[in-house]
Design a protein around this ligand. Structure first.
Ligand code: A2P
Length: 354
């Protein structure tokens, strides 16, 4: 159960209670967990201590942080004693059970799961876009769906200059969004394919090597939209502060390890030229322009992987809308970084006592 605003408000500070917070990572052995460790280390996050938590399966394993070996502990209800910041990335069920326990123990939770993203009293934050909403948190802050986080970094500079009236998105999503086991399945099934061996998928529902398929989230039988698509619609609206924004979307899983691509058509309520859009996206926070028509060079997963910045390019007029009000873009971002761990650590950085 989520902490009720009136319970939490009296006891919680909006920032950490100390300049050097004690940090716990829930899901430290997962794909996002590994990136959380790396982001904290390379960004010199000023932590006093680090506790690594995972399921009983991983208890006793060691992981390296800043040259030190840290033993992974089993997550229990007592895990949050003395913790100031709990970074959760172990699925919705784990967050629903333990986030409130962590808050009651005095921690601020940054949750990478979808458990609380649409709770009105839990801010859903992309720091470059709606960082100001962080001030409303009551102990839990939600880290968005990876497509929503990456897309809004590119959409926000446009939206603040010219209100967006409609979006159409087609995604090309990597294995990492389905976790470390799906990344391993992509490697193994590709090797098997190249060796002419058969391979039985275990994590994803369809053959992954040299194939792509509709996103593996459950499909709503009435609308035909899958759970990923519905999350992106709801979260993009919430992050941009555009509750009624019409969004059409198709999410596809492609055989790429860790960067998501998205073709986005943006319709404004007035004509916007590609030059004007390009100028708004140049030097915008968290974005890097890769838009070289002469060299036919645009954002690619191979260049976005391991990069903090989201890449944006192929900025052109949408010929499907003769009114001139629509612009087409191609956006690629590292799913494990801006789509997950980096965004979570940036949220935590904004809560540091300075
Ligand atoms: P473990 O490695 O012990 O299973 P990914 O998204 O890459 O699959 O990673 C999921 C992360 O969440 C892993 O660190 C995993 O730990 C952790 N996890 C999954 N279920 C639980 C649970 N019930 N309690 C604690 N950690 C969990």
């Amino acid at each position: 159960m989520l902490t009720k605003p009136e319970d939490a408000a009296s006891t919680l500070s909006r920032q950490f209670r100390t300049a050097r917070p004690a940090v716990a990572i829930v899901g430290a052995t997962g794909a996002v967990g590994a990136e959380l460790l790396q982001c904290l280390e390379r960004r010199n996050f000023p932590l006093a201590s680090l506790r690594l938590l995972a399921s009983a399966r991983s208890a006793g394993k060691t992981l390296t942080f800043a040259g030190e070996q840290i033993v992974v502990e089993e997550l229990t209800e007592a895990s949050f004693e003395g913790i100031d910041l709990a970074l959760f990335s172990a699925g919705s069920g784990t967050s629903k059970h333990y986030a409130d326990i962590a808050v009651k123990a005095g921690a601020i939770v940054v949750d990478n799961s979808s458990a609380f993203r649409m709770y009105p009293d839990v801010p859903l934050i992309v720091p470059e876009v709606n960082g100001a909403a962080l001030a409303t948190h009551r102990g839990i802050i939600a880290n968005p769906n990876c497509v929503a986080a990456i897309a809004t970094v590119a959409l926000a500079p446009l939206h603040s200059a010219h209100p967006i009236r409609r979006l159409n998105i087609a995604t090309y999503q990597s294995a990492s969004g389905a976790g470390a086991a799906a990344m391993e399945e992509l490697r193994e099934s590709t090797a098997a394919y190249l060796n002419g061996e058969s391979y039985q998928p275990r994590v994803l529902p369809h053959p992954y090597a040299f194939n792509f398929f509709s996103h593996n989230a459950d499909v709503d039988q009435e609308s035909g939209y899958n759970g990923e698509e519905l999350k992106v619609i709801a979260e993009t609206r919430r992050i941009l502060g555009a509750d009624e924004l019409p969004v059409g979307i198709t999410c596809i899983r492609v055989p790429v390890l860790r960067a998501h691509g998205m073709a986005i058509t943006v319709t404004f309520d007035e004509a916007v030229t590609p030059e004007a859009a390009r100028s708004l996206l140049t030097d915008a926070p968290g974005l890097k322009l890769v838009d070289d028509r002469a060299a036919n060079r645009f954002p690619m997963p191979s260049e976005a992987s391991g990069e903090d910045d989201v890449l944006v390019g192929r900025i052109r007029r949408d010929l499907g809308d003769p009114s001139g009000r629509s612009i087409a873009l191609f956006v690629v971002g590292d799913q494990l970084l801006k789509g997950a761990a980096l965004n979570a650590v940036q949220i935590a950085e904004a809560l540091l006592v300075r």
